[in-house]
Write a new protein. Structure first.
Length: 86
């Protein structure tokens, strides 16, 4: 199965909707609430985002090799279909 990672903020309503999308569809995913992460983990994420030319906005969904910024259910659906997730 394709790896799915959501980077979010614990207080962001769009981030909560993004996580809820995958929960409601019973699609397993990992997530990190950036604002609750350790400083070390925040620095790691920041460096990774910079290396990929991504801004530090949330939510960010990594679905296989696709990166989707913001709450975009249609884009999630497309990326999941392309990754072969039913």
């Amino acid at each position: 199965m394709v790896k799915i990672m959501i980077y979010a903020l614990s207080t962001c309503p769009w981030c909560k909707k993004a996580k809820r999308y995958f929960v409601d569809k019973n699609i397993p995913f990992d997530f990190m609430d950036y604002d609750l992460a350790t400083e070390e983990d925040q620095n790691r994420v920041r460096r990774d985002f910079e290396k990929r030319n991504l801004d530090l906005s949330f939510p960010k969904a990594f679905i296989g090799d696709k990166i989707i910024s913001g709450y975009r259910p249609d884009d999630y659906e497309k990326a999941l279909q392309e990754a072969g997730v039913p």
